[in-house]
Design a binder for this molecule. Structure first.
Ligand SMILES: NC(=O)c1ccc[n+]([C@@H]2O[C@H](COP(=O)([O-])OP(=O)(O)OC[C@H]3O[C@@H](n4cnc5c(N)ncnc54)[C@H](O)[C@@H]3O)[C@@H](O)[C@H]2O)c1
Length: 331
């Protein structure tokens, strides 16, 4: 298939591009490098069916340049978004602007070219719900915006899902939604704007203490990037539901490791896997952080035949090895 990935120079997008190429698909990445990096695509560059366009996913004309590179497009993976918790607080305005406008543009592109579209939403689209594991049909609960603006991101994903479902019903576009749960692995950013697994591993590498928000009792489902990317690919390449053969237009899937880990336990696992103890600092953290997050993945298992295979200890070890290999290469 001819695949266009918005945000394909980022963490998940670059792994998705590699995986699609391995499966014989053609791929064009459209990314403005807000957080993505061209070097994330180094392993794709040699492939004959790979193209890269530096462009703004909010602009239909930039997305069309990607389509021109491919000749046409069959499948759009819409990943472009401003992601990273610190951004949600510091630049709530940009988070809302980019995440909504890029989704509108991607849906227009899908309509124009009669392409299938996969939208990467997030468990953050639920806000701060108590009910766990999270099913696919629960309600969303957001704090009052005068308290904090963390939910700029979650609410933008919620509205993204609204736009997607509207496109399915009113415009007959074959769109699907995936909600990845805390993916980690090589290329996941480990700076202040990054994600906790990479932050912990990178701090360990440079001998700095691990910063734990609150009392560290909040939980997440930490999911190996290879598993998540396999799931995103299947969400796009599977024609019909494996359960009843029905069209998958409008379907949503949670994708994540189906066990929860507290942040304090994650810190301990990082110490165990790396064999290095740099200490721990407890901080207040950001407001609006959800207390627990664990996915119910039964729909993805039944309808797509997807199941994650890599447990957290193995994934941490692989990521640690990658960080150290990367370090050696840079020297
Ligand atoms: N990583 C996770 O655990 C996770 C969980 C849930 C949802 N998601 C969603 O999956 C997608 C990919 O996430 P990621 O972790 O790879 O994040 P990422 O930040 O690494 O990737 C997003 C990419 O979008 C690009 N981008 C931002 N604004 C753009 C614009 N206007 N035009 C073109 N490109 C633009 C960035 O440069 C970046 O390369 C995002 O939509 C994110 O919200 C990720």
């Amino acid at each position: 298939m001819r695949c266009l990935i918005t945000g394909g120079a980022g963490f998940l997008g670059s792994h998705l591009a590699e995986t699609l190429l391995v499966h014989g698909h053609e791929v064009v990445v459209v990314d403005d490098l807000f957080r993505g990096k061209k070097k994330n695509l180094d392993d794709c560059k040699g492939s004959p069916g790979f193209f890269y366009v530096k462009g703004d996913a909010c602009k239909l004309e930039d997305l069309e340049k990607g389509v021109e590179a491919l000749g046409d497009v069959d499948l759009i993976f819409h990943l472009a978004a401003i992601n990273g918790t610190l951004w949600f607080h510091e630049r709530a305005d940009s988070v809302v602007e980019v995440n909504i406008n890029a989704t509108i543009a991607a849906l227009k592109l899908a309509e124009r070219h009669a392409a299938r579209l996969v939208f990467t939403s997030s468990p953050e689209a639920f806000g701060e719900v108590d009910e766990q594991p999270m099913g696919i049909g629960g309600d969303s609960l957001f704090d009052n915006p005068s308290l904090h603006q963390r939910h700029s991101y979650g609410a933008s994903k919620y509205l993204g899902e609204i736009l997607v479902q509207h496109a399915v019903r009113s415009k007959d576009i074959d769109c699907r939604v995936v909600r990845p749960f805390n993916a980690y692995g090589p290329r996941c950013p480990g700076n202040d704007y990054g994600q906790v697994v990479s932050i912990f591993l990178e701090k360990t590498k440079v001998g700095r203490p691990l910063t734990v928000h609150g009392d560290g009792s909040q939980t997440r489902s930490f999911s190996w990037v290879g598993d998540i990317v396999e799931g995103i690919m299947l969400a796009g390449t599977t024609d019909n539901s494996l359960t009843d053969g029905e069209s998958l237009a409008g379907y949503t899937w949670n994708m994540g490791w189906p066990e929860e880990t507290t942040i304090a336990d994650l810190a301990q696992m990082v110490r165990d896997v790396t064999g290095v103890d740099t200490g721990m600092v407890m901080t207040k953290g950001y407001p609006g952080d959800s207390a627990r997050r664990i996915p119910d993945i039964s729909d993805a298992e039944a309808e797509l035949g997807w199941r994650p295979l890599t447990n957290l200890a193995d994934g941490l070890e692989r990521t640690w090895n990658y960080l150290n290999r990367d370090n050696v290469r840079k020297k």
